[in-house]
Design a protein around this ligand. Structure first.
Ligand SMILES: [Zn+2]
Length: 205
């Protein structure tokens, strides 16, 4: 892990090289203290909903100085989460995601960490029934707002789970009216049941 001098927050700066297809882009530098602050808040949310057990307490969050994703979680590896120091907020809109806050990035990446550390619960008929495919399926489907909480959720069932988990934490477990469709309600229910299962130490359904 690298530690940066606290950089200035930058907006509307020009990004060259690989981003040169975009004239201007809003970006901000994520600092260690911001990441720490947001991480503490998200861990409180995880605790409140049953998702913070011993395995999850082992997951570490790093500020990374490489990588062009929103964040990534070392799935199948050490389970740790990396958040890039440069957060590209407008790029998020281009790949069909709502503007992603740092807190939402963490919520999403913690979902992958939950999946990684609780595979018995994820490799299950219960998951497939809720998400329409197995957790490891790479199959994307067409975005449908009655089925997906974000456009990005249509990428594959694993990302769908992470997006629902993100919204679940964001809304304190209460499903917003716009998400009260049969398909999204099923997914929301899975996340809720997952929290209960983890709280009681269940490894399988
Ligand atoms: Zn993801």
């Amino acid at each position: 892990m690298l530690w940066a001098n606290p950089p200035e927050r930058l907006t509307k700066a020009r990004v060259g090289d690989r981003m040169n297809f975009i004239e201007q882009i809003d970006y901000q530098i994520v600092t260690i203290s911001e990441l720490d602050h947001e991480n503490v808040l998200v861990i409180e949310e995880l605790e409140a909903h049953g998702f913070y057990d011993q395995a999850m307490a082992m997951v570490e969050v790093y500020l990374a100085f490489a990588g062009d994703a929103f964040g990534w979680q070392n799935y199948g590896g050490d389970s740790h989460i990396n958040v890039p120091a440069i957060s590209l907020s407008r790029l998020s809109a281009l790949i069909g995601r709502e503007k992603a806050s740092l807190r939402d990035v963490l919520r999403h990446e913690y979902a992958h960490a939950v999946a990684d550390t609780h595979r018995g619960l994820m490799r299950s008929r219960k998951f497939t029934q809720a998400f329409g495919g197995s957790h490891s399926s790479e199959k994307s489907v067409e975005y449908d707002r009655k089925v997906h909480v974000t456009a990005y959720a249509a990428v594959n069932p694993g990302e769908d789970f992470a997006e629902v988990f993100m919204k679940y934490l964001k809304h304190g477990g209460r499903i917003p009216v716009r998400f009260r469709t049969p398909a999204i309600t099923r997914k929301w229910g899975f996340v809720s049941d997952l929290g209960s299962a983890m709280r009681s130490g269940r490894k399988r359904w």
